[in-house]
Ligand binder design. Structure first.
Ligand code: FE2
Ligand code: FE2
Length: 364
């Protein structure tokens, strides 16, 4: 689905553009845009943010493509009670310019595809972006560097997917991934984003933790594939090689620059245990900060529930029980909080899918 955002101020619409991109491809057209050229790929809908009663706006609106006798759905933002003859004949739907972007895009899509399953669209688009970010991350890391902007472009999609669809919808999609390492990183990222959401972390903290979750195993990009993808338990020698991945990942991030200390620490220390039995530095209790302990819980749980062709996945109940049996190795308070967060995230998915089936029932 393609939505045009037609505006005199293209630079000031980042929030609206982001809201559109959750559900559709967004093309921003401003005063200098070539409408005729853009119309070669006509949009499914418009959002127009212009002062309407001006010759310039009328000129721009007359350039908007039409879909035969049926007008293309459009929403016009207004800052006064103005309307315009220029939009007569179209489906004239006006919203105040200060309306929440999510409400605007949902109202527009309701005109374009009344039966659209918006959470599912958002989830699948977010998953596609995150998956692509991981693919590029792996390519970059294999040559020893990792672009911070690339990783940052993968954070909001994970947070959006968890907010829009709940945790279990994300897990169901990620479990279909045939690459075990991608599946693991996407599981850890979704679980971390859900944990941060359920604990009401600030947006900045949620983003920082999700960034760390995306990159925490980046060092695996330099582990030989025959070890990384071995369908079964690793030998002691293979395990020794595998256990270098936190240091390798840390080195990649340090060389890349611009990663904050917390992300570096999580990447290096996510396999440390509170009783000192972890690796690579054998840290113990007071040397392991809470965010590292938190991500370690998400990481171990993700490893347990992964779906691989050669082993049956561990159920949620058994995975939590395994975490609890780890005793003093990991933070027991976080295990309890994590279990509650997973339950709450899964309930959000059930509620959202229940609302959608309710809507479908109402339409039929
Ligand atoms: Fe790891
Ligand atoms: Fe991991």
């Amino acid at each position: 689905m393609i939505i045009w955002l037609v505006t005199e101020r293209p630079a000031s619409h980042e929030f609206l553009k982001r809201a559109v991109e959750l559900y559709a491809d967004c093309r921003v057209l401003g005063p200098t845009s070539d409408f005729a050229k853009a119309a070669r790929t006509p949009p499914h809908g418009f959002i127009v943010d212009q002062v309407l009663n001006t010759p310039r706006t009328r000129g721009m609106i007359s350039c908007l493509p039409v879909n035969g006798a049926k007008p293309i759905p459009a929403i016009y933002l207004t800052r006064t009670f103005e309307t315009s003859d220029a939009v007569a004949g179209a489906r004239r739907i006006y919203y105040p310019a200060e309306t929440c972007p999510t409400i605007l895009i949902k109202a527009l899509i309701a005109q374009i595809r009344p039966d659209a399953n918006l959470p599912d669209i958002a989830l699948r688009r977010s998953f596609a972006v995150s998956d692509q970010v991981l693919a590029t991350m792996w390519d970059q890391a294999s040559v020893g560097r990792l672009d911070r902007e690339l990783i940052d472009s993968g954070i909001d999609p994970v947070l959006d997917a968890i907010r829009e669809g709940g945790l279990s919808s994300w897990l169901d999609l990620v479990w279909q991934h045939d690459d075990a390492t991608y599946q693991h990183c996407l599981l850890v990222s979704g679980l971390t984003a859900n944990f941060a959401r359920q604990l009401h972390f600030s947006e900045a903290d949620a983003k920082r933790l999700t960034r760390a979750a995306l990159v925490h195993d980046v060092g695996k990009a330099k582990i030989p594939l025959e070890i990384l993808n071995k369908p079964g338990p690793l030998s002691p020698d293979e395990m020794r090689v595998m256990r270098h991945h936190p240091e390798i990942g840390h080195d990649i991030l340090v060389k890349s620059g611009s990663y904050e200390p917390l992300v570096l620490a999580i990447t290096r220390h996510h396999h440390e245990m509170l009783d000192g039995s972890g690796y690579p530095d054998g840290l113990s209790s007071c040397s392991i900060a809470d965010p590292i302990r938190l991500l370690t819980v998400c990481d171990i749980y993700a490893a347990l529930i992964e779906r691989r062709s050669y082993k049956a996945p561990t159920s949620h109940v058994d995975a939590i029980e395994t975490l609890r049996r780890m005793g003093t190795k990991i933070e027991a308070r976080f295990v309890d909080a994590f279990a509650q967060a997973v339950d709450a995230g899964n309930q959000e998915s059930s509620r959202i899918s229940g609302e959608i089936s309710g809507m479908e029932g109402g339409n039929s």
